[in-house]
Each structure stands twice: as C-alpha cells, then as structure tokens.
Design a protein around this ligand. Structure first.
Ligand SMILES: Cc1cc2nc3c(=O)[nH]c(=O)nc-3n(C[C@H](O)[C@H](O)[C@H](O)COP(=O)(O)OP(=O)(O)OC[C@H]3O[C@@H](n4cnc5c(N)ncnc54)[C@H](O)[C@@H]3O)c2cc1C
Length: 311
C-alpha cells in the first residue's frame, strides 16, 4: 500500500484531521501541515489509531507538548499522534528504593502538573524542572533538565509501547540508556512514567522550586515562541549560550527568527518565522562560533518533518 492510500484508509475509519498546520502544535509556532493528526483521548483510542497506521504502513510521529520541536515548513508525512490530551493521572505508589516514594504519571501529563503535585506532597527531586514546559513523557524522552542535572536521575521505570509490534512492557532504569538530553528509545512511545522521589521538608521544597522558577523567568525569554535552548552545551563546563553571546550574536536575526537578547542560546520567533529562517540562523551561529572557537555546536532542539516535496 502506498502512503496516500494508507492515509485515505485511516481518514475513512477514524476521526482524524488532515493537513493540520504543525505550528498549532509547537511552542515555536512553526511548521507545515501534518498529513494526518490524531489527538487521542485515552489509551484505547491511541492503540486503535496506532494499529491502523501500522496496518496501512503509515509512518507515525509522536508529539507531546511540542516544546522541543522545530517542524519543517513542508510539514510531516504520515500520522502525527499528540499525547497531551490523553486522559492522565498522577498518583503516589509505594515506597521505592532508599526510602523514596514512587510517583506515577501518565506520559501526556504536563511536567508542570507533576512538579506541582510533588511540591504539594513535599517530595524533593524535581525542583530543577521548574518552568520547563511540555509533558512528562517528552521530558523523559529528552532527559530534560538544567546544565547540571537531567530528569533521568529520578526515573524509576517506564511503561513503553513498541510502535512496530504494539506490545507494551515495563522497563526499569537499568535497561534504559540516557545521555545528555536524550533517552535512546527507538520507535517506542512512552505511556507512563514512574519517578522515585525523596520525602523532604515541604517549605524548603516549595521555596527552592519558587526560586528556580523566578530565576528561569528572569533569565530566559519564556513569553516568546521558542523551543527552549537551541544548542547543547559543548561540555559540562562550557555553555553554548556564553559562546554565542561572546561571539556577538545576541540580537542576530534572519527574517522573524532572532537570537534572544535575554539568553543567547534561545532562538525566538518574533512573528511569523519559518523553519527555513530558523535553520539559516542556526547555521550562521554554528559557523560564527566554529570560526571563532573551533567548537561545532550541536542542536538540542529536535528538527523533524520531511524536507522532500509533499506527496
Ligand atoms: C520556554 C522553554 C523553556 C525550556 N526550558 C527547558 C529547560 O530548562 N530544560 C530542558 O531540558 N528543556 C527545556 N525546554 C525544552 C522542552 O520543554 C523539553 O525538552 C520538554 O521536556 C519536551 O517535552 P514535550 O512534551 O514538549 O516534548 P515534544 O517537544 O513534544 O517532543 C520532544 C521529543 O520527545 C518525543 N516524545 C514526546 N513525547 C513522547 C512520548 N510520550 N513517547 C515517546 N516519545 C515522545 C517526540 O517525538 C520528540 O522527539 C524548554 C522549552 C521552552 C519552549
């Protein structure tokens, strides 16, 4: 079955939207149309649409909160599945290793809601996640965090779905490979996450969380469309933002894509930036920093979508 007939088959059988601009589903507000886009409300709907995509050989792209994505202006071929509207729950389970409390959250749950829950329960461990947008599934997939820590340290186990076989299994931390801003988990969708957090002093947890949130709001352009830090830090003691700033690139722009004046590792969309403009600015930053410091900055933001012609 070719892609187009697979798409038609899914369109007939499911309530999915066709040719949906991905700029509606990304914090960058950039991206061309997805052939098909599904926003399942529960696991049953999710599994049914994924089974149909598999049977029709239609490729699947998973999107959480879209806060780390830069989608091509030509859009995404196949089916985009958005997890952020799945019915979700956060609950504390039982005691984990080393007197930790295990907190379960469905993957589509907002990271901010998980943080709020843990702060309310006086559990320490997620204070560094203050202000990071997106879902908990996306955060685990990106090993989200700060320059010094990632959420991987708090992951106890995950429920994952194999997108080839549609089999679901639970994997413990020992079987997961996390690196800087990455979980190596090919062709799987995270359904649920279990974090191991430590009981702490509720007042201290709240104070630290609030201070981290304020610091982030004061030092990063949270109110403008972006995908967060664009480049990975080249090393534990080397900051991509500082290199870009020292190279004199704050305020550099291409069309409506601009290097933030507040934080040089943010490319912000000042109006109607295109993916092409953002990529052109990214290349200019990489070349300038490389020419000056001999360091090639690697992209942290996930660039996705098809560059080829549509259909
Ligand atoms: C203003 C702003 C500030 C930010 N600050 C930070 C920060 O301080 N630290 C940091 O690390 N990041 C930061 N980010 C980036 C981003 O918020 C994180 O990477 C976030 O955790 C991504 O979650 P998401 O649900 O939006 O994922 P998405 O952007 O939707 O997806 C990211 C990747 O994860 C995959 N994915 C998403 N959900 C699932 C799932 N359930 N199963 C399998 N794969 C999945 C997607 O396919 C994609 O490859 C920031 C972004 C913005 C816009």
């Amino acid at each position: 079955m070719n892609l187009q007939s697979g798409i038609e088959k899914i369109k007939k059988a499911f309530q999915v939207s066709a040719d949906v601009p991905m700029k509606q589903y990304t914090r960058f507000k950039v991206g061309g149309p997805a052939d098909l886009l599904a926003v399942p409300k529960n696991r049953q709907e999710l599994l049914a649409i994924l089974a149909a995509a598999k049977n029709a050989s239609v490729p699947v792209t998973v999107v959480g909160g879209g806060s780390n994505l830069l989608v091509s202006d030509k859009g995404i071929r196949g089916l985009v599945v958005v997890t952020s509207h799945l019915v979700s729950e956060i609950r504390s389970k039982k005691k984990g290793p080393d007197d930790t409390i295990l907190v379960y959250a469905d993957a589509g749950e907002r990271l901010s809601a998980v943080c709020r829950y843990t702060v309310t329960c006086g559990l320490t461990g997620l204070e560094f996640c203050a202000g990071i947008p997106g879902t908990i599934g996306g955060a685990v997939m990106m090993n989200a965090g700060t320059a010094s820590q990632g959420i991987c340290k708090k992951v106890h186990c995950l429920d994952i779905l194999n997108l080839d076989t549609l089999a679901v299994k639970t994997v413990t931390k020992q079987d997961l490979v996390f690196t800087y801003r990455c979980l190596e988990l090919n062709n799987h969708l995270i359904l649920g996450t279990v974090l191991a957090l430590t009981p702490g002093d509720p007042e201290t947890v709240k104070k630290t969380f609030t201070a981290n949130m304020k610091h982030k709001q004061n030092t990063q352009p949270m109110h403008l469309p972006s995908a967060g830090c664009f480049f990975k830090n080249p090393g534990p003691k080397s900051s991509a933002g500082k290199l870009i700033q020292d190279a004199g690139l704050k305020g550099a722009f291409c069309g409506d894509a601009r290097v933030s004046d507040l934080h040089a590792n943010y490319i912000v969309n000042c109006g109607s930036a295109t993916c092409q403009e953002i990529i052109a600015l990214k290349k200019r930053i990489q070349k300038t920093v490389f020419d000056r410091y001999g360091i090639m900055l690697e992209t942290e933001v996930k660039v996705t979508g098809n560059r080829g012609e549509k259909k």
